[in-house]
Design a protein around this ligand. Structure first.
Ligand SMILES: C[S@@+](CC[C@H](N)C(=O)[O-])C[C@H]1O[C@@H](n2cnc3c(N)ncnc32)[C@H](O)[C@@H]1O
Length: 280
């Protein structure tokens, strides 16, 4: 089965639903574990608290939440991708986190967030994907209990790349940015979080955070290539590249990753913002 076959006709999610993409999400989540844990600790997630991971994907952040709220707490994950969420719940239960539950739900739809209110509502790399991000943010804020927090982390892709630049990486980034943009993603959603908070009626965030990662091209390049592979059906559908050009790009990046193995690769910045809902 090709990556194109698992793209559902109504599905505008740019990255698709392949096993390879699910594994990429897990690897990416582990990369940002410390940056996310820092924000969870910043807002103070107490034992026994209730929390929601909106757009939970493989459930890695649900695990961080479960470790903090303990068995008396409640951790809900919501995602439009039911099979991915069901696997996340099974993985969490196997690891002993029985307080975790998953609900399939389209956060871009008109229905309120199920299970609300929560002491913490968290979303990472979700608003980036949703053209209706302001409305979704307002709905997530409505799901925060009085005295609770909303925490959002999202990418800004502008900084991603190597220095000195390489044509192969520039082409990889052109296709990635083009494919995301073609389906209504905001590739600078992270930097726009304060503006989004204001547009959604929350007012300015109480705080912001910027996390980065710089690593040798030899180790960082493959994850960029995996992102490109997941996006390829979207890029082809929108005429951003061709099968032949995409194959040549991937070959060129592999070649450069061997030739310039130590060249520093800067990841997209992961930008966070949070806000506390006043006590009723
Ligand atoms: C890039 S992944 C991030 C997953 C996870 N938050 C993380 O950081 O590891 C985006 C997730 O949002 C989910 N998603 C996209 N659109 C959604 C929607 N309208 N409602 C709920 N989830 C959605 C996708 O299925 C995917 O699991």
């Amino acid at each position: 089965m090709s990556a194109t076959d698992v793209r559902r006709p109504y599905d505008r999610y740019a990255l698709g639903h392949t096993p390879q993409e699910y594994e990429r999400l897990r690897t990416q989540a582990r990369t940002w574990e410390a940056a996310t844990g820092r924000l969870l600790d910043q807002v103070g997630l107490a034992p026994g608290a209730s929390c929601l991971d909106a757009g939970c994907g493989p459930g890695e952040t649900m695990r961080l939440m479960a470790q903090r709220v303990g068995p008396a707490g409640r951790v809900a994950g919501i995602d439009v991708d039911g099979p991915l969420g069901a696997r996340a719940q099974a993985m969490l239960h196997d690891a002993g986190h029985r307080q975790c539950e998953f609900h399939q739900h389209d956060l871009a739809g008109p229905e309120p967030v199920p299970g609300a209110p929560f002491d913490l509502v968290y979303a990472r790399l979700l608003l980036f994907h949703l053209p209706e991000r302001v409305a979704v943010l307002a709905r997530l804020w409505d799901a925060v209990a009085p005295g609770g927090h909303l925490v959002v982390q999202d990418y800004d892709l502008r900084s991603a790349g190597v220095l000195p630049g390489l044509d192969s990486l520039a082409e990889l980034k052109r296709v990635i940015v083009g494919a995301f943009t073609a389906v209504g993603c905001d590739v600078s959603a992270g930097a726009r979080l304060p503006a989004l908070f204001t547009q959604a009626g929350l007012g300015a965030p109480d705080g912001t955070d910027v996390a980065g990662r710089l690593e040798p091209l030899a180790s960082g390049g493959p994850l960029f290539q995996d992102t490109f592979r997941s996006l390829l059906p979207t890029a082809l559908a929108h005429g951003i590249t061709t099968e032949a050009r995409a194959a040549a790009t991937l070959d060129a990046v592999s070649h450069d990753a061997s030739r310039f193995a130590d060249r520093p690769l800067l990841w997209p910045l992961l930008i966070g913002a949070w806000k506390r809902r006043p006590q009723a």
